[in-house]
Design a protein around this ligand. Structure first.
Ligand code: 2HG
Ligand code: ZN
Length: 481
C-alpha cells in the first residue's frame, strides 16, 4: 500500500487507497472510461460553489456515452461505490460535493447537440451542455430558452434539471421543470429510462420526468434532455429604482404588474450594491444611495412602451414609494443595470457567505421580510447581512458574510445557531428553506422544516425504488441510509 502511494506520488487517505484497488476494477470493467486522480481535479471536481466542505473524492470519471454511464452505475452497485453526479458545480447547497471518498461522475465530456426540431420547437442535448450554449442555439434558430441566471456561463443543463433551476425570469417563464419535455436517465439501479419522449400530452400515469427534475442526483444520472423553446419576447427595457424601505417594494411590484408586462422583478440591498460597485465596474445606477433597490425588466416597444414606463415611474415617485430611478436607453445600459443584480453572488463570494435561500407566497412577502429583518437585527448585530432575491417569486437570498477575524468553523456555528429562528419564521409563513438552490448537504438537516414526516417517508421510499443500494449522492437531500 505504501509502495502504491509512492508510485502514484499522491498523498492519499486509507479510504482512498481502498478505492484505488476498487477503481482498478472499474478500469478493467470499462477500459476506455477516462478517470482522473490528479490532485487538482480531485479538488476542482469534488466541490461546488459552497466552499464549506473540503472536497475528498476518490476519483473523477468522465464518461463519454450513455453506454459508459450505464456500465459505470452497474459496476458501482456491485462494488458498493457511492457516485456523485456532477455538472457545472455552480450549486450553492453542496449537492455536487464529494466529501466522503465518493467517485464523481462528471458530465463535462457529454455536451453534444443531438437534435433541433423546428416543427416541435425542441432542442435535444446531452446533459453536460452549458446553459448559455443552449440559449445561443435557441437564439440561432429564432427561438429562446428562457431559463436564465448569473451562473449560466458555467452551469450545465443536467444540473439545471437536477436542481430545477429558477433564476431571474421565473416570474414570466417559470422554472426549468416547465421546459422539459423529455429526458434519458440512468437510474441508480442501473436501468436506462427514456422518459416522455418529447410529448406535450402524455396522460399515461405518473410523470417520472418530474421526479427526476429537482432530485439532486439522488435517483438517477440524467444523460440527455429534450427542451421546449419559447418565442422571444418583444424588445425589453430595464429600470432600477431606489426604495426607502421594504414596505414600498410590494406597492411598486403591484403597480408594475398592473401597468407593465414584466419579465423580471428583482430586489437588492444597498450593502449588496456596495460590494458590486466596489471594483469600479459596474457603476451605481444613480447618484443618490437608497437602502433598497428593485430591478424591473419588461416589454417596451416604441414610444408607447416608453410612455407607459415613464408614467409608471412618475406614479411611484408621486406616491413616495421610490426616491430615484433609471430607465435603460440601450442594450448596453440594460446589461450594465442587470449586472448590478447578477454580480452580487460572485462579488460577495470572497466573504464565504452563509447562504439562506428562503421563500413564501408572494402575498406574504412584506410580513415575511419584516419578520426576518427582526431576527437578523437582533441575532446578527455584528455580521454584515446582504439581502437580495427574486422578490417577484417570493424568493429571498439572505447571505451572512464571514468577518475576517472569525474562523470558518466558528462562523458556521454562529450562523447555524440562528437557523432555528430563521426557519421558525419560514415555518410560520409556510415557506421553504430552499427556494431554488436545492437541499444538498447544507439544508439537509432542515428538510423537515419544509416537508412533514409523511412526505419525507415517501421521499425515502421513492429513493429506494430508483436507487435500492443508495449509491447515488448518499447523504444529499435525504439523510444517509
Ligand atoms: C442569484 O439569484 C443566485 O443570484 C445566487 O441564486 C444566490 O448567492 C446567492 O445566494
Ligand atoms: Zn437566485
Amino acid at each position: 500500500m505504501v509502495q502504491e502511494r509512492r508510485k502514484n506520488g499522491i498523498m492519499q487517505s486509507p479510504k482512498n487507497n481502498i478505492s484505488n484497488e476498487v477503481l482498478g476494477g472499474l478500469s478493467s470493467e470499462i477500459p476506455d472510461l477516462e478517470i482522473s486522480r490528479q490532485p487538482e481535479d480531485l479538488t476542482e471536481y469534488g466541490r461546488d460553489w459552497t466552499r464549506l466542505y473540503p472536497p475528498e473524492p476518490c476519483g473523477i470519471a468522465f464518461p463519454r456515452s450513455e453506454e459508459q454511464i450505464l456500465r459505470l452505475v452497474r459496476w458501482a452497485n456491485s462494488a458498493g461505490v457511492a457516485l456523485v453526479p456532477s455538472g457545472g458545480r455552480t450549486g450553492l447547497s453542496g449537492g455536487a460535493v464529494a466529501a466522503k471518498g465518493e467517485l464523481v461522475v462528471s458530465m463535462a465530456r457529454m455536451d453534444r447537440l443531438l437534435e433541433f426540431d423546428p416543427v416541435d420547437r425542441t432542442l435535444t442535448v446531452e446533459a453536460g451542455m452549458i446553459t448559455e450554449k443552449i440559449q445561443q442555439l435557441a437564439a440561432e434558430n429564432g427561438l429562446m430558452f428562457p431559463v436564465d441566471f448569473a451562473a449560466k456561463g458555467s452551469s450545465q443543463i443536467g444540473g439545471n434539471l437536477a436542481t430545477n433551476a429558477g433564476g431571474v425570469k421565473v416570474l414570466r417563464y417559470g422554472l426549468t421543470r416547465d421546459w422539459v419535455v423529455g429526458m434519458r436517465v440512468v437510474t441508480g439501479a442501473g436501468e436506462l429510462l427514456d422518459v416522455n419522449r418529447g410529448l406535450i400530452k402524455n396522460a399515461t400515469g405518473y410523470d417520472l420526468r418530474h421526479l427526476f427534475i429537482g432530485s439532486e442526483g439522488t435517483l438517477g444520472i440524467i444523460v440527455s434532455v429534450t427542451l421546449r423553446l419559447a418565442e422571444p419576447p418583444p424588445s425589453q427595457s430595464v429600470m432600477v429604482v431606489g426604495l426607502e424601505g421594504m414596505d414600498p417594494l410590494m406597492q411598486v411590484f403591484d403597480l408594475a404588474r398592473e401597468s407593465l408586462t414584466l419579465s423580471a422583478f428583482e430586489f437588492f440591498s444597498d450593502l449588496a450594491l456596495s460590494y458590486v460597485i466596489a471594483e469600479g465596474s459596474p457603476r451605481a445606477p444613480f447618484e443618490s444611495r437608497m437602502p433598497y433597490y428593485a430591478l424591473l425588466e419588461f416589454d417596451c416597444v416604441g414610444e408607447d412602451g416608453e410612455a407607459a414606463a415613464l408614467a409608471f415611474f412618475e406614479r411611484c415617485l408621486e406616491e413616495g414609494w421610490i426616491g430615484d430611478g433609471v430607465l435603460s436607453q440601450s442594450e448596453a445600459q440594460a446589461a450594465e443595470l442587470w449586472s448590478l443584480r447578477e454580480f452580487i453572488s460572485e462579488r460577495i463570494s470572497a466573504k464565504t457567505p452563509y447562504k439562506n435561500d428562503l421563500s413564501t407566497r408572494i402575498s406574504q412577502v412584506p410580513a415575511f421580510l419584516h419578520a426576518l429583518e427582526d431576527v437578523v437585527l437582533s441575532r446578527y448585530p455584528d455580521f454584515e447581512v446582504v439581502w437580495y432575491g427574486h422578490i417577484g417569486d417570493g424568493n429571498l437570498h439572505l447571505n451572512i458574510l464571514k468577518p475576517d477575524d472569525l474562523s470558518l468553523a466558528e462562523f458556521k456555528k454562529a450562523c447555524e445557531s440562528v437557523n432555528e429562528e430563521i426557519f421558525g419564521v419560514v415555518a410560520r409563513f409556510r415557506g421553504s428553506v430552499s427556494a431554488e438552490h436545492g437541499v444538498g448537504l447544507l439544508k439537509q438537516p432542515y428538510l423537515d422544516r419544509s416537508r412533514d414526516p409523511h412526505e419525507i417517508h415517501y421521499l425515502s421510499g421513492i429513493k429506494r425504488v430508483f436507487d435500492p443500494n443508495w449509491i447515488l449522492n448518499p447523504g444529499k437531500m435525504l439523510p444517509e441510509a
